[in-house]
Design a protein around this ligand. Structure first.
Ligand SMILES: NC(=O)c1ccc[n+]([C@@H]2O[C@H](COP(=O)([O-])OP(=O)(O)OC[C@H]3O[C@@H](n4cnc5c(N)ncnc54)[C@H](O)[C@@H]3O)[C@@H](O)[C@H]2O)c1
Ligand SMILES: [Zn+2]
Length: 350
């Protein structure tokens, strides 16, 4: 078992251990007392993991209610969000009761925003069950829903009170969902931790799951402690994401986030080397590592398509963008560029 303590606007533990779902009830009772717990989850995770969590909570004397929604990004829309708020109200949850997000980044994001807004904020526990949620979305306090105009356009910074990361749940993940999380793990390796990158490169992620999650969460903890509101150093976590978001958008969201970020990281590393910013060309090592996990590494779109996708939201001439570029494996830096120069950086990444 490993525990990482985050000291942001709220201080909380991320407990990383196999088979702790069955202890959820006692852990929450020790920390918060006996409460009403509302589990918010998707249908797939519900059928696999709600029974053990519910049984554990009830055994410890908690009251449990459960809100289950269909799998997929549509459930991060405003309609599901409002339905959740109404469900909480109709079950008379109070400010001292607990919302539990059980599942991947989608339950985490929408339940987190509900926890931030219902009664202006109630207790919130994350129980991540995808690799992406374990290493990324469950920690750091970004919560969000999607609007018609785009993804994650409404949300709040709202830190959880506890994260229970039971990585034995990752054994049931479909390979492609596991790989989406690997893209984020590789991201942490490139921005801050060469040893972590080496573990991915040697195909040891599954064998060293606890160490891998602890390293990722520790990096995120350090960054969030310093810059919770994403005004500076937190943007390092966007390595591969400026390119990746453009690719995701150009694909009309048919490419997964992890796949788009994998391609985006390769493009950023290629561009950094071609434009003279990095000590070495890390692209080959990156490509080979990502391929081990069946992640794509080559951009299927031309520069014009990517630029149109990247500039369709918000950005205007004269505006600045922070691009994350690698110097070497384990060290990245923020490069502030003018929107008009984005094309050059995309071109160099092809
Ligand atoms: N808040 C943040 O900081 C942050 C960071 C990164 C991504 N995100 C968000 O996270 C979302 C993506 O997260 P995700 O990839 O975890 O998506 P997800 O929650 O949809 O999970 C992916 C799929 O895996 C299934 N699943 C989950 N756990 C399982 C398990 N243990 N066994 C079998 N199947 C399981 C789900 O039912 C779903 O079909 C996006 O909406 C993204 O915007 C948020
Ligand atoms: Zn990401």
């Amino acid at each position: 078992m490993a525990i990482v303590t985050v000291n942001a606007s709220k201080s909380y533990d991320v407990v990383i251990s196999p088979y702790i779902l069955r202890n959820t009830g006692d852990i929450l009772k020790d920390k918060f007392g006996v409460k009403t717990n509302c589990i918010i989850t998707d249908e797939t995770v519900d059928s696999m993991y709600s029974p053990v969590v519910v049984e554990s909570l009830e055994k410890s004397g908690h009251k449990v209610v459960k809100y289950v929604f269909p799998v997929g990004e549509n459930s991060k829309g405003a309609e599901n969000f409002v339905n959740i708020l109404n469900f909480l109200a109709s079950n008379k949850l109070t400010r001292s009761d607990i919302i539990i997000a059980l599942g991947g980044g989608i339950p985490g994001d929408v339940a987190g925003f509900a926890a931030a807004t219902y009664l202006r904020g109630v207790k919130f526990v994350q129980i991540p069950t995808t690799l992406l949620a374990c290493v990324d979305s469950s920690v750091g306090g970004k919560t969000a829903i999607n609007l018609d105009e785009g993804k994650n356009l409404a949300g709040a910074f709202y830190q959880p009170d506890l994260v229970l990361c039971d990585y034995s749940t990752l054994e049931t993940l479909p390979d492609h969902v596991f790989s989406d999380g690997v893209a984020e793990v590789v991201k942490y390796g490139v921005i801050k931790d060469e040893h972590l990158f080496n573990l991915a490169e040697m195909n040891l992620l599954k064998d060293k799951m606890e160490e891998v999650i602890e390293r990722c969460v520790s990096i995120k903890r350090d960054i969030v402690n310093e810059d919770e509101r994403d005004m500076g150093v937190r943007q390092l976590l966007n390595y591969g994401h400026t390119y990746g978001h453009a690719i995701e958008k150009a694909s009309n969201y048919t490419l997964s986030h992890g796949s788009a970020v994998a391609i985006g990281m390769c493009m950023a590393s290629k561009a950094a080397y071609k434009l003279g910013f990095s000590d070495e060309d890390i692209t080959d090592r990156l490509v080979e590592t990502l391929r081990l996990y069946n992640l794509p590494t080559q951009c299927p779109y031309d520069v014009e398509t990517l630029i149109n996708a990247a500039l369709s939201d918000k950005k205007r001439q004269g505006e600045k963008i922070n691009l994350v570029l690698p110097k070497r494996i384990g060290e990245c830096f923020l490069q502030t560029i003018d929107v008009k120069d984005l094309e050059k950086y995309f071109e160099a990444g092809m």
